[in-house]
Write a protein that binds this ligand. Structure first.
Ligand code: SF4
Ligand code: SF4
Length: 469
C-alpha cells in the first residue's frame, strides 16, 4: 500500500470578531451562579478573569447552538438571536452559511456538525442541482476512509499519451511526457493584490506543507518566498520570459495568461521554455462563451495544462450578466465533452477555478470533467475575510489580520484543506472510487436535477403543452 497522504490539523482559534449565525448574550438578570459554565461542554461560558465573582461575556465563537445553557439557566438570562450582520454577507452564490462552515473548518480541520442534518438546497443553479450518487452497494470502500484500504486523492498534471506505440521487438517508441503529481486535487489560485505580507507568506507555506501549489505573479515572488519555489507556479507574461529565466529554471510549473496569438504560437512558447528548463506550462483561459473551442485549439497545439477561470461565482466571464450565462458545472462539462468528442481528453489537464466555495464543489467539478480545482476566496474566508456580492463584489479584511502570526494563518489554511480532504475521502469512499483521477468526467456517479426532472415530468408536461396548442 502506498504511503498514505495525511494532513495534520491542529485547533487554531482566531481571536477576531467574526460574523456568526447566532449571537449568545447574557442579560442583566444573571445572578452569576455559574450553572452555564458547567453545562456548556464547549466552554462558551467562563467567569471573568479580573473578577471571578462575575461572568465574562459568552464566547460565541465556540458555541455549537445546542441551547442547553439557555434551557438550564435558572433566571432565563441567556438569549440567542440571529446576528444582524449574518444575513448581509455573501449574496446569492456565496450564501451566509458558507462563511460559517469555512470558518469552523479552519478552526479545527473537522467537518462541522450542526446536529440537524442536511438543510441545504436540493436544487438550484450550478452545483446545487447536482448530487453525488452514494449507493449502498459500494459501501465496502468506506474502509478506505478509516485506513484499511487506500483511497488516493492525488492527481497528475501534464500531458498524457492517448496510446503507446511499440516497434516489432516490443520496444517502446512513444515519448512519455513529464508530469507532476500533487496529493490533493486542489491548488491555491492568485491571491488578491492587497493581501498583507503575513497572509501571503502563510499561503505559500501552507501550499508547501500540503505539497500542492500556489499561483503567484512572477513580479510578487520576493526573496522571502523564493525558497518555496518548488510549490509556487509563477505567472509570467509571455513577453517577459527572458527576464524571469531564474524563476523558470527553478519552478516545476509556470503559468501564462491566454492571449489570442497563443492559439498558433503555443508551440514556439513551449520551445522557448524548454530551452530554459523542463517546467510544465499552464495556460489560464477565461471561461468565456467560446472557452471550449479555445481549450480544444490549445490542446491540439500541444498545451499540456489549461486552467479555465470562471468568475468568483463560477459564472462565465465577460458575459452579459443575464441568466443565460453558464455556471461552473455546465462550463466544465462543455469543455470536457468537447475534448472527449475530439479524442484528445487525456492529452491535456484541465484545472477549473471560480465559485469553488465548499468542499463538495471539488468532487463535483471533477465529476463534471475537471482534473483538479483552484481556490482562492475560501482560504481568505477561513481568516475572517467577508465578501459582499452586491451591489458589486467587495472583499473586507478583518481588522488586525495583518498582525496575526504566520504560523496561525498557515495552520488555519491547512485545517481548511484537512476538512476538505476528509470530505473528498468520504465522497469517494461512498461512491466506490479509490483514485481521485477516476472521478474525472464520471457523470455516472452524479445525478443532475434537470435531467431527473425532465425524465420524470418532461413527458407529462410536453404532452399537456402539445394538447394545449
Ligand atoms: S446559568 Fe444563567 S444565571 Fe447562572 S451564571 Fe449562567 S447566565 Fe447567569
Ligand atoms: S447553546 Fe450550547 S454550545 Fe452554545 S453556549 Fe449554550 S451550552 Fe454552549
Amino acid at each position: 500500500m502506498p504511503k498514505k497522504y495525511h494532513i495534520h490539523p491542529k485547533v487554531m482559534p482566531l481571536n477576531l470578531d467574526y460574523v456568526y449565525k447566532f449571537r449568545i448574550e447574557r442579560g442583566e438578570n444573571c445572578i452569576n451562579c455559574g450553572r452555564c459554565t458547567k453545562v456548556c461542554i464547549y466552554e462558551a461560558h467562563k467567569r471573568g478573569k479580573g473578577d471571578p465573582r462575575k461572568m465574562a461575556d459568552p464566547n460565541t465563537v465556540v458555541c455549537r447552538n445546542c441551547f442547553r445553557c439557555i434551557q438550564e439557566c435558572p433566571r432565563g438570562a441567556l438569549e440567542k438571536s440571529l446576528d444582524k450582520d449574518f444575513l448581509n454577507i455573501g449574496g446569492s452564490y456565496w450564501k451566509s452559511d458558507i462563511f460559517i462552515t469555512l470558518w469552523k473548518q479552519a478552526e479545527d480541520g473537522k467537518v462541522p456538525v450542526t446536529g440537524a442534518g442536511y438543510r441545504g438546497p436540493f436544487t438550484g443553479p450550478g452545483f446545487d442541482s447536482m448530487w453525488t450518487d452514494m449507493s449502498e452497494i459500494v459501501r465496502p470502500t468506506r474502509d478506505g476512509i478509516h485506513g484499511r484500504e487506500y483511497i488516493s486523492t492525488s492527481v497528475e498534471l501534464g500531458r498524457k499519451l492517448n496510446h503507446l506505440t511499440f516497434d516489432e521487438c516490443g520496444k517502446l517508441l512513444s515519448k512519455i511526457h513529464d508530469t507532476v503529481d500533487i496529493p490533493i486535487p486542489i491548488i491555491f489560485d492568485i491571491p488578491p493584490e492587497n493581501l498583507s505580507p503575513n497572509v501571503k507568506l502563510a499561503q505559500v507555506r501552507a501550499a508547501a506543507e500540503l505539497n500542492t501549489f500556489i499561483v503567484l505573479p512572477a513580479t510578487e515572488i520576493a526573496a522571502d518566498i523564493k525558497k518555496y519555489i518548488k510549490n509556487i507556479i509563477p505567472l509570467i507574461s509571455a513577453k517577459e520570459i527572458d527576464q524571469h529565466q531564474g524563476l523558470i529554471k527553478s519552478a516545476r510549473i509556470v503559468a501564462f495568461e491566454y492571449a489570442e496569438e497563443m492559439l498558433s504560437a503555443f508551440p514556439a512558447l513551449k520551445e522557448k521554455i524548454k530551452k530554459i528548463s523542463n517546467a510544465l506550462t499552464i495556460i489560464r483561459v477565461p471561461a468565456t462563451k467560446s472557452v471550449e473551442t479555445i481549450v480544444s485549439q490549445l490542446a491540439h497545439n500541444g498545451a499540456e495544462i489549461i486552467h479555465v477561470v470562471a468568475d468568483y461565482r463560477g459564472m462565465e466571464v465577460n458575459g452579459s450578466g443575464n441568466e443565460n450565462n453558464r455556471l461552473g458545472k455546465d462550463i466544465i462539462r462543455a469543455v470536457h465533452l468537447k475534448l472527449v468528442e475530439e479524442r484528445i481528453r487525456d492529452e491535456v489537464t484541465i484545472i477549473f477555478s471560480g465559485g469553488i466555495a465548499m468542499a463538495e464543489h471539488v468532487p463535483k467539478s471533477m465529476l463534471c470533467g475537471a482534473d483538479l480545482t483552484a481556490i482562492d476566496l475560501p482560504l481568505l474566508i477561513a481568516l475572517g475575510v467577508r465578501l459582499y456580492e452586491s451591489p458589486e463584489k467587495i472583499i473586507v479584511f478583518p481588522e488586525g489580520l495583518e498582525n496575526i502570526p504566520v504560523r496561525t494563518v498557515r495552520q488555519r489554511m491547512i485545517n481548511l484543506m484537512s476538512a476538505w480532504h476528509s470530505q473528498l475521502l468520504e465522497v469517494m469512499g461512498a461512491m466506490g472510487i479509490r483514485e481521485a483521477r477516476r472521478l474525472r468526467g464520471e457523470t455516472g456517479r452524479a445525478i443532475f436535477f434537470e435531467e431527473i426532472d425532465n425524465e420524470t415530468f418532461g413527458k407529462i408536461f410536453k404532452k399537456r403543452e402539445s394538447a394545449n396548442v
